[in-house]
Every structure is written in C-alpha cells, then in structure tokens.
Design a protein around this ligand. Structure first.
Ligand code: C2E
Ligand code: MG
Ligand code: MG
Length: 723
C-alpha cells in the first residue's frame, strides 16, 4: 500500500504523520465495515488483503481460531508459535533462511482466541514501528470482532424476544378472557378480541377513554379506590366486579387488575383481565333454588325453613320476644288429587301458596314441607294470642273457593300452633309440637286451629268468647259509662270527669276495660264501641245541661285504631246531634298514638282543635314523648301517669319526674292533671309542685252518672259553672 510506504519513508515529517493517521482511520473504517457492518461472516481473505495493504506486505493471512488446522506452509509453524506463546511470533529473514520476514499474532478477547493474523514479505522486513503497527491492528481486530460477536448475540436475543412478543400477542388475542390495557393515567390503550366479544365495545370505541365507561357510577368510585390501593403496594387485585356492556346490560366478572412497571421507552401500564361469570352465577342460583326452594310453589323448603326458624329463634331469645309456628295441613286434599289428577292438584297447591303469602306480613316466613303441608313462622308477635288471629286469617283465605276446570272447589285446613320460646327452643321441637297441635285440630273437624299449650288454648278460647260477647254487647245494652271526677286544687271544685267504659256481662258480671279493650282493639270492634262511648258521653252532657247541673268537661278515651280522617267529622256530628258546647267534650289520647303515622294524626288533631274540642295526653311519661312532639301536636293538657303518682312523695325518682312534668307543662303553656291520686300526701306534694288538678280514689272513684251528679251538686253548689 503506497500510503504505508510513504509513512514509513517519511516517519520524521509530522504533517505527513497526521495524513497517515487519517489513513489509519480509513483502514479502521474499512475493517469496521467488513467485520461489524455486514451480518455475514467476512471472508478471511478480505481481512488478510487489508492487512497486507496496511503493512505494505507481499502476503498476509487471517484465519479463524476454529479453522487453524486448515493453515499450512510457513503460517502453520508461525501461528502455532504465536498461539502457544500468546503473543507476537517474528520469523526474520536470515541468509540461511530463504523466507522473508514474517509476523504472526493471536487475536484475543480476554483469554479467548478469536483468530490468528500474520503478514510477511515486506520489503526490508519489519522494524519496531511496523511491528507495533501490526500489534495495534491485531488489537483493533480483536475489538471489532468482539463488537461483532456482541452485536450477533444482541440480534439473536432481539429475535427471540420479538418472537416472544408475537407469541404473547397471539395468546392474548386468542384468549377467552377479556384483556384491557390502560396507561398510568387510566386511558385505554388496547383490548383483545374476547373483550370486544364480551362487552360489545370495539377497540376503536375505547382507545383514549377511561375504563370508567365500563362501570356504573358507584362501582367506579369503588374500583378506583381499589386499584390505587393495590397498585400502590405493587400488588394485583382479584375479585368480582359488575361490568356494563355497551348495550347497558350489567354482568358479573371475575377480574384481575395489576400493573406492569415501565421501561425507559415505555410508561407504566395497567391491565384488566376478566371473565364473564354470569352463566356460572346463574347456575349457582339455580342450584341454590333447587336446594332451598320448593320447585312447585317456589316457597322455601324444609331445609331453608329450618335455618330461618333457627335464626328467628335466637333473635327472639336475645330480644326476649315471642314468635309462633303455624303448621298448616289441607283437609281431604287426597280427593282433589284423585278426582282431578296431579297437574290440577298442583295448581291448587300453587294457589294455596299464593294466598298464604298474601295474608302474611313481609317478615313472616311461609314454607312448603311437602305434599299438602305448609308451615308459617311469625318471627315477632307482641301477644301470643296474635298467632290465633293469623291462623284465622289463613283459614279464611283458604275458605275462598278454588276454581278447577270450571268446578268450584272448597278447601279447608287444620292449623296447629306452637309458640316460641314457650313450647320449644329449637326448630325441631317447635315443628313437632305444632304438628301435634295440628293433628288435634284435625280431629275437631274442618277449618280449626289449636295451640299446642292447653293454657294458650284456654286463653284463646277466652279471647274468642270475649270477642263473641263484645260483638253483641252494644245491641244487648251491656255497656255503660262511669265518671271519675277531676278536682281543681285551687278552687276545690270539680272541673270535669273522665268517662270510663264498663261492660256488664250477663254471666260473668262486670268485666274490666283492661281486659276487653285490647280484644276490641285487635278485632276492630273498638270502632263501633268507641263511637258508642262518644255518643253516650255527649248524651250524658246533654242530660246534665238539661238538669241544670254545673257545667263540666267530660273526657273520653280514644284508641289508636279509632283514628281516621273521618273521626273529627263524626265527633263534631255527635256534638251537634246532642246540641252541646264542643268545649264540654275532651279527648284523651296516649303518646304511642303520636308516634305512629304522625302526619295524619297532626292534621286530625288540628281538626279537633278547630272544632273547639280539648285534647289531653293520657298516661304521660310512659311513652316516648319528646319535647318536639309536644310542640308539634295541638295538646291542651298533660295527664301525669299514675305509675309516677304512686311513688310520691317517698320515691325520689317519681317525685322529681312528677315535678319535671309539671314545670315542663307550665313552660309550654299546657294544663296539667295527675291521675291515680290515692292519699293526702300525694295531693299535698302535687299541690306544692304547682299541679292544678287531680283525679283519683282519694277524691272519688269512678261513679255512676247519678252519683256523679250528686257529688257535683254537693261540691260545686247549684250555680252553673262555665267549663
Ligand atoms: P286510663 O284512661 O288511664 O284511666 C284511668 C284508669 O285508672 C281507670 O281504670 C281508673 O278507674 C283508674 N283509676 C282512677 N283513679 C285511680 C286511683 O286512685 N288508683 C288506681 N289504682 N286506679 C285509679 P279503668 O276504668 O279500669 O280503665 C283502664 C283503662 O282502660 C283506661 O286507662 C283506658 O286506657 C281504658 N279505657 C277505659 N275506658 C275506655 C274507653 O271508653 N275507650 C278506650 N279506648 N279506652 C278506655
Ligand atoms: Mg284516660
Ligand atoms: Mg291514664
């Protein structure tokens, strides 16, 4: 190579040296191109040619380490020496040696031999400079070969990972699970085919949007919270979520949400992988239905009923309340099966189930045990007798005719009742006892119900007798009113009377209202009876006015069941019929009436107030009255309950309650009266505390109308007093 010759020939010229150095760069560039730039293995000849040129040699040789055995001639010996020593082998031309100068070097990468290079036959041999240059070239070659090897490795790895990427993409695309990828800002980047199939969204519908589109409002907030929490901890979230399809339909999906950390050229990503589990859930529901519900009537079956009953039992034990179990068995159902066939009989059973559910409250449970046997659990009853009312309602609803192929069919049933916890503390015992009671009821004939306990049967029987008697009491003229005077403590005059109902039973004698009023309330008989009371009180007021007795107010007790929007009109009508001043009639209501359906009660009480009728809150202190109630309802008087009066003045609590009620009434501008005053000490305490009026045995027991009139004349004198 001419440049090499020039360089060697002018080695002291610095300018020339630079030019030569640039040529070395050119040489390096050509070597780089041959070794690194081309993917194919460069032929040894091409490298040898470059070396030959670079060192102005007649010959040059390049051989890969693995092809060393193929080398012959002078190179074989020389390369073997260079390889063994691991450094330069220089064979000089001597007079006895016919060969010219030769150089050989191993090309090493660390310990590893990559190739061997050699040059020979330069004119004038190889001096130190030439040897160094040759060594430099060998180092350059080693570096380039190493780069080439690394590049080959990198490309191979890249090819593998590209294959892997392609494979992953194919797996995702073919997967039956939906996959959605978002960036860290929750913008959708991609989704797979299964995702589009399941949700109905195509990838282009979603890219750039938030996954919030896939969730209903509340679910979304919940989801974001979950993602943030879990991903912040570097974890993955698995669970069930409700997704929304493009058509708005919701479906449950088993979901995994996770994150993939970003790299230098890719940001963090999040992925959602989920599968639609609506079919599985549907199947689970179906299995649940089959396991727990009766296939014909869709009512709970025996197993579910037992567990619901156990729950109700433990709640009743905890809350110390009562519940009841009703065992309902249809009478002579076999005949329907035999006459009409199973399909028709089944339709009757379905109708029975519907009727049972219709007469019960939401919290009650009805189940079919099998065949024509049903059970009902009443989880919470305030009085045990109520179970008897429910049994009667059930029997009445089953007594309505059933229609089968245009035939009218009459059914009856027998019901056995067990009360919990009285008749048993576990489901098994209660069912067994209700069954025993049902068998007894069955012997009594059609449409009967019986309690398991004889005591309850007795009570229910009494109840029934009272009810039957009460129905006839008005027409048989067995009811009457007595009047208990109310005394004004300041003037010592009678200002009013409380009308109290009495029932003179033809066989049982006088029955207390405490006994029959609850029956009248439960059966609804309180409505005609209550009307009778108001009418009788108004009639009595009229009579006393006619007899020119001192005028007094008469207070009548009202029951909650009497409340209806039409009540004020009825009362005003009675006042008008008897032509009495409305201020002579007073109505007593209890706190519990204010708590229920308060709005309708307020408007009713306003109607009374507008009609000039006074209102008293009876048994005050025993209910749930709060000051806000007192402000809300138009009340004129508070009546301190006798349970507080009983303890005064000895009992500190009773005394301070009474005192508080009195001062509260005064602050609210209400009158106050104490009932149940039985002795002088109670009266004196009340007077001292500022109570205006009293009512009680101390002054007078409730009196018949004539006796009351006499006492009134004695106490107030003949002059008519205004009420
Ligand atoms: P109530 O309205 O709180 O009536 C006061 C009760 O206390 C009356 O009992 C009365 O006789 C009794 N009593 C009066 N002074 C004393 C006393 O000094 N000591 C004791 N221990 N008792 C006294 P009664 O007449 O047996 O009435 C009981 C409850 O029956 C009444 O309580 C009222 O809630 C209800 N009631 C009475 N008549 C009627 C009515 O016509 N309609 C309605 N819905 N309920 C009525
Ligand atoms: Mg009262
Ligand atoms: Mg009272």
């Amino acid at each position: 190579m001419s440049t090499m010759a020039t360089r060697q020939g002018n080695r002291d010229d610095p300018g020339q040296g630079l030019a030569l150095a640039l040529c070395d760069f050119e040489l390096a560039a050509r070597l780089h191109e041959a070794l690194v730039g081309d993917e194919r293995q460069p032929p040894g000849d091409a490298i040898a040619a470059l070396l030959r040129e670079a060192l102005c040699s007649a010959e040059a040789c390049f051989v890969w380490a693995e092809q060393l055995a193929e080398v012959g001639g002078v190179w074989a010996e020389l390369f073997s020496a260079a390889r063994t020593r691991g450094r330069l082998a220089h064979c000089r031309a001597t007079p006895g040696n016919r060969h010219p100068d030769h150089l050989a070097l191993p090309v090493l990468c660390g310990e590893q031999l990559l190739a061997l290079v050699g040059v020979g036959g330069a004119a004038g041999g190889y001096d130190r400079v030439a040897v160094r240059r040759f060594a430099g070239l060998a180092v350059l070659l080693a570096g380039l070969l190493q780069t080439r090897a690394r590049q080959k490795q990198g490309l191979a790895a890249l090819a593998v990972s590209a294959d892997k990427l392609r494979l992953n993409a194919r797996i995702l695309e073919r997967s039956n699970d939906a996959v959605l990828v978002t960036d860290a800002d929750e913008q959708i980047l991609a989704c797979n085919h299964a995702f589009s199939r399941i949700t109905g969204y195509a990838e282009q519908d979603l890219v750039g949007k938030s996954p919030a589109i896939l969730f209903k409002e509340d679910g979304e907030a919940q989801l974001r919270l979950l993602i943030c929490e879990q991903i912040a901890c570097g974890g993955e979230w698995h669970g069930e979520l409700q997704f929304t399809r493009k058509n708005g339909e919701q479906f449950p999906a088993w979901t995994a949400i996770g994150a993939v950390a970003g790299t230098s050229d890719r940001r963090d990503q999040r992925f959602f992988v989920f599968s639609d589990i609506s079919e599985r859930k549907q199947a689970e529901r179906q299995i649940h239905r089959l396991a727990h519900y009766d296939a014909l009537t869709a009512l709970p079956n025996r197993g579910l009923f037992n567990s619901l009953l156990e729950q109700a039992l433990s709640a009743a034990l905890r809350k110390r309340t009562h519940g009841a179990l009703l065992y309902v068995d249809l009478n002579r159902f076999k005949h329907i099966n035999e006459s009409f066939g199973h399909a028709q009989a089944d339709s009757v059973l379905t109708e029975v189930a519907r009727r049972l559910a219709a007469v019960l409250r939401d919290e009650d449970v009805v189940a079919r045990l099998g065949g024509d046997e049903f059970v009902i659990a009443l989880p919470d009853i305030s009085r045990r007798e109520h179970a008897g009312h429910v049994a009667k309602k059930v029997l009445a609803s089953l007594a309505q005719p059933f229609f089968l192929e245009e035939h009218e069919i009459l059914l009856s049933a027998s019901i056995g009742i067990s009360i919990f916890p009285d008749d048993g503390r576990d489901a098994g015992t209660l069912l067994q006892n209700a069954d025993v009671a049902m068998a007894r009821a069955k012997k009594r004939g059609s449409s009967a119900h019986l309690f398991y306990s004889q005591e309850m049967n007795q009570r229910s029987f009494e109840h029934l007798k009272l009810e039957g008697g009460l129905r006839r009491a008005i027409e048989r003229d067995e009811l009457y009113l007595v009047y208990q005077p109310q005394l004004d403590l300041n003037s010592g005059r009678i200002t009013g009377a409380e009308a109290l109902l009495r029932w003179q039973h033809p066989e049982r004698g006088l029955i207390s209202p405490a006994q029959f009023i609850p029956v009248a309330e439960e059966t609804g008989l309180i409505i005609p009876i209550g009307e009778w009371v108001i009418n009788a009180a108004c009639g009595q007021i009229r009579e006393w006015i006619d007899k020119r007795l001192p005028g007094v107010r008469v207070a009548v007790n009202l029951s909650a069941r009497q409340f209806s929007a039409s009540l004020p009109r009825k009362v005003v009508g009675l006042i008008a019929r008897h032509a009495i001043p409305s201020s002579f009639l007073e109505l007593e209501i209890t706190e519990s009436m204010l708590v229920h359906s308060a709005d309708s009660v307020v408007s009713m009480m306003r109607d009374f107030g507008e009609a000039g009728i006074l209102m008293t809150l009876d048994d005050f202190g025993t209910g749930y009255s709060s000051l806000s109630y007192l402000k809300r309802f138009p009340i004129d008087t508070l009546k301190i309950d006798q349970s507080f009066v009983r303890g005064i003045p000895g009992d500190k609590d009773d005394s301070s309650i009474a005192r508080t009620i009195i001062s509260m009434a005064k602050n609210l501008g209400l009158s106050v009266i104490a009932e149940g005053v039985e002795n002088a000490a109670q009266m004196q305490f009340l007077r001292g505390a500022g109570c205006e009026e009293i009512q009680g045995y101390y002054f007078s027991r409730p009196l018949a109308a004539e006796s009351f009139a006499e006492l009134l004349l004695q106490t107030n004198g003949c002059a008519p007093a205004s009420a």
